[in-house]
Write a protein that binds this ligand. Structure first.
Ligand SMILES: Cc1cc2nc3c(=O)[nH]c(=O)nc-3n(C[C@H](O)[C@H](O)[C@H](O)COP(=O)(O)OP(=O)(O)OC[C@H]3O[C@@H](n4cnc5c(N)ncnc54)[C@H](O)[C@@H]3O)c2cc1C
Length: 402
């Protein structure tokens, strides 16, 4: 009865909730079914204009995520009549959100937490969905966990399949089939052949760019705007800190216009001002901000992103604060450098109030969108928990009303 396109933050939980409630579900995934340790090979390649991080595989970008789980946009969504408080409680319990045990807070992270507190900044541990009993503290979350110690959308897809859902991987959905302004299936390509699957209700959860492309092919003009929560990683020399092998992003500083989190990037070493510096001698911090929805997705899937004056100001404020923390933590300030500007949270391409209503339904009956596309503004912080809560709310709506 229901077709779900995509298996990431939005698609995984929808499949689980609907299948476990006895609904007939078919899930389409463009990428392969892989083990989490192999996710690094599934990163997407974009045009040179943006440095955007997403993956195409089972679990979508959740499989390379740091499993940071924070509530976002609560107030803003209330303006659209969306109260996620109950859904948040449900999903936090389901994925096991908690502060990491001290045994998994490394030396560099502890220096970050101590320095943030000493400087009077709003400093805390990052809520995570990581199973400490399995985690080997290798610092490789963004490569795909080698020991499957963190939650990803794949976990939910596996549960959905156990509950009877059909999973079709390596199948790219191209468009939604429409009859009398109502969705009644999808057109897709599998093994080089174009095929059609007819069904009553279609949910696009193909991510901000994937869902945009399908909506456009279906006649809905999505993707004329996009945010991506820009970030840089700034760091410097601190001998033998070994931060690169710690659990990443296990601390959090919340500023007015930015968030900071201890984060090692394999691109930082070349920018540290110290001869022959090694990865083990670097302490670094991710600076992330909310950005304005300026930019667009092109029909070939490439993305253009504009930076506004405010975007640049927020990033500069965050970088200045990160520099203070690094110095307080013992980093030699003359060695501090930064990666280029990147984004890993694309969203806002089919926003609530414009392309979908507050039930996440488009103008076409029974065609829903449920992924980062629908977020009305940039959260400037990890969006997975918000997408999970929106998807849980949509699953309940479908179970009770369709
Ligand atoms: C390195 C990294 C670390 C991150 N860490 C965190 C974190 O710690 N916490 C957090 O909250 N966020 C994190 N994020 C961001 C988070 O992963 C994304 O914001 C979130 O996964 C977006 O969910 P989504 O459902 O919109 O898309 P996705 O999770 O990307 O899922 C989209 C799915 O649709 C599939 N698809 C695309 N097109 C098609 C098509 N045509 N047909 C069929 N299937 C299709 C894709 O393969 C994918 O499986 C991170 C991102 C990256 C890259």
């Amino acid at each position: 009865m229901v077709i779900i396109v995509g298996t990431g933050a939005g698609g995984g939980i929808l499949a689980r909730e609907l299948a476990k409630n006895g609904i007939d579900v078919t899930i389409f995934e463009k990428g392969p079914y892989i083990e989490s340790k192999d996710a690094f090979d599934c990163y997407d390649v974009y045009n040179k204009q943006v440095d955007l991080l997403t993956t195409t595989c089972i679990g979508g970008s959740t499989i390379v995520s740091m499993s940071n789980m924070v509530r976002a946009l609560d107030e803003e969504l209330l303006d659209y009549g969306i109260d996620l408080s109950e859904a948040y409680e449900y999903v936090e319990d389901l994925v096991g959100v908690h502060d990491l045990d001290d045994s998994h807070i490394g030396k560099g992270t502890q220096l970050f937490l101590d320095a943030g507190r000493e400087l009077g900044l709003k400093t805390m541990k990052m809520p995570k969905a990581i199973r400490e009993e399995d985690c080997i503290q290798c610092g490789k979350c963004a490569f795909g966990c080698p020991v499957n110690a963190k939650w990803s959308g794949k976990d939910f897809v596996d549960e959905a399949v156990e509950a009877g859902a059909t999973l079709i991987c390596d199948a790219e959905v191209i468009s939604v089939s429409i009859k009398d302004m109502e969705a009644h299936g999808v057109n897709y390509v599998k093994d080089g052949e174009r095929k059609v699957l007819l069904d009553d209700l279609v949910i696009l959860a193909a991510g901000a760019i994937g869902s945009t492309l399908i909506l456009r092919q279906t006649g809905i003009n999505a993707g004329t705007r996009i945010f991506f929560d820009p970030f840089v990683t700034v760091g410097g020399y601190l001998k033998d800190i070994n931060f690169n092998t710690e659990v990443q992003m296990a601390g959090l500083v919340v500023g007015k216009n930015f968030v900071l989190s201890p984060h090692f990037s394999s691109f930082i070493r070349q920018n540290i001002v110290y001869d022959d510096v090694e990865d083990k001698d670097i302490l670094s911090i991710m600076v992330k901000t909310a950005d304005e929805c300026q930019g667009q997705v092109y029909n070939d899937g490439s993305v253009f992103k504009d930076n506004t004056i405010e975007d640049i100001r927020y990033l500069a404020e965050g970088v200045a604060t990160a520099g203070m923390i690094l110095e307080k933590a013992g980093v030699d300030p003359t060695t501090i450098g930064s990666t280029v500007y990147r984004g890993a949270h694309p969203g806002g391409t089919a926003p609530i109030g414009k392309i979908v209503d507050s039930n996440l339904e488009t103008d076409i009956d029974n065609l829903f969108v449920c992924d980062a596309s629908v977020l009305p503004i940039s959260p400037g912080k990890p969006p997975i928990l918000t997408i999970l809560a929106l998807a849980k709310r949509l699953a309940d709506y479908i179970i009770n009303n369709k």
